[in-house]
Design a protein around this ligand. Sequence first.
Ligand code: C2O
Ligand code: CU
Length: 459
Amino acid sequence: MKMTRRVFCAGLATVPLMRPAQAQDMPLLTARSATVQLAPDGYPATPVWSYDGTIPGPVIRAAQGSRLQRRLVNTLEVPTSVHWHGIRIDNAMDGVAGLTQDAVPPGEFFDYAYDLPDAGTYWYHAHTNSMEQVARGLSGALIIEEATPPDVDRDEVLMIDDWLLDPDTGLFVDDFAAPMVRSHGGRIGNLVGVNGRYNYRLSARQNERLRLRLINSANAQIFGLKLEGLTGWTVSLDGMPLDTPEPVTDTLVLAPAQRMDLIVDVTAEERETAGLLFAAADDTWRVLAEVSVEGRAASVPRGAPQPLPRNPRMEVVGVDAAPVLEMPLQGGAMRGLESAAFNGQKLTWQELVQQGQFWALAGQAGLGEAPFATLSRGETARIRITNDTIFPHAMHLHGMHFRTRKEDGSLGPLRDTVLVMPNETTEIAFVADNPGKWLLHCHMLGHAASGMTNWIMVR
Ligand code: C2O
Ligand code: CU
C-alpha cells in the first residue's frame, strides 16, 4: 500500500482540490488503485484500478434533462480518460483518448460536464488502453432517471462482469495484451460476478416488483441469462425503451457493453430459489444473482408493465433511401487477412501481426487519418456490417443510437451496441444528428485494441 499512498499524495499535490467552491461545483471521480475482495472469502484480495476505491465504481444517478459534472482526478501511474457509454453526448466530453481529448496524465484532472437528453441505463468506463484499464476495474453504472419512474417497488443495478484472476495470489492474470487472446475471442474471466461480488444476493418479497438494470461490463464475455422464480419483461435495451415490453420467455443475450432493463415480479414462493442465472462455459446454468424470497408484498403479481416513456428525438427516418456503407469485419485467428491498411500503409498479415493488429474493419486496422465515413448533420446513414471472421463481435457506435434494419426493411429496437455473429450480416441505420468524431468499434476490448476500431465524422 506504500506505493498507492505515494501516488495519491503526488496526485493531490498537483490538483487544486483545496478550493472548496470548485470542489462543490464539480464532484470528483477519482481513478485510483485499491484492494478489494473479488474472489470468494478465503482467497486473497485483488489489487485493482478503480473509481473512488470500489468495484464497480460508484453508481452515478442523475435526472433526465439535467447536466452531469464530474472531475476525473487521475491518481493512477498511467494516463486515463472516461467514456460515458451510450449517452448522446457533446463530442468534446466523449472521453476517447487520441480522438476527442488527450488522456489525462498521472496527477492531473479533467472536467467532464454535459447535458443528459435521455433517461436510461448507461455506464462509464476508461477509454484509454481500455483493454487493460477496464479489465482492472475502471467502470461503473450511469443511471439517468425518468421524470416519472415506472411503477416498481425497487430499482436495482446489476453490473455483470468477469475477472481473470490467479486464485493463489488474487492478482489479475496480467498479460492484458496477450496476442493469443486478442486474436481469438478476447479476455474471458474465470470468475463471474455482479456489482463486484461473485455471490451477489438480494432479498425480496413475493410479488414484489423490481426493475433490474443489467449491464455487461466484461471485456469480451457474452452472457446468456435466464430468470428463475421471476416473471419478467424486457422494457429497454441500451438505455432506450421498447415500444412494447417483451415478456421474457427465453434465454436473454447480453453482449459486452450492452444493457437491458427488466421489470420482474417475484413469483417464487417464500424460501424458493429465485434469481438471475447465467450459462457457464460448461453449459450448465449457474446462479449469477440470487433473490431470496421472504415475506409477501402483495397477494398477486401485477401483470404486464406499461412501456417506459420514450426518449426525445429518436426517430430514424429516411432509411430506405439512405446510401449503404459496407463494413466487413475481417481477420482474427483461423481466418487472418491478406492485407490491411495500418497507419497509412498497406501491410501484409505477417506485418500486421508484428504490429499487434489481428483485425480490420473494411480493410483498415485501427484509426486512420480519414474517417470511415463523413456524414452531414441530420443525414441518415446505413452501415452493413458483415462478419467474415469466426468470432462474434459487439459493434458499438458512440454518440448516437441506431436501429438494425432487416432485409424486408423493418427496423429493430434502438441500440448502441449490436452483436454480430460469425457469417452474419447486420445493417444498422441511424440519423447522424450529433456533430463530431465518433468511434465505431468492437466492444470486445482486445479486438478494439488490435484493429477493430474506426471512426465516423459528423459535420
Ligand atoms: Cu463503451 Cu468506445 O466504448
Ligand atoms: Cu470483436
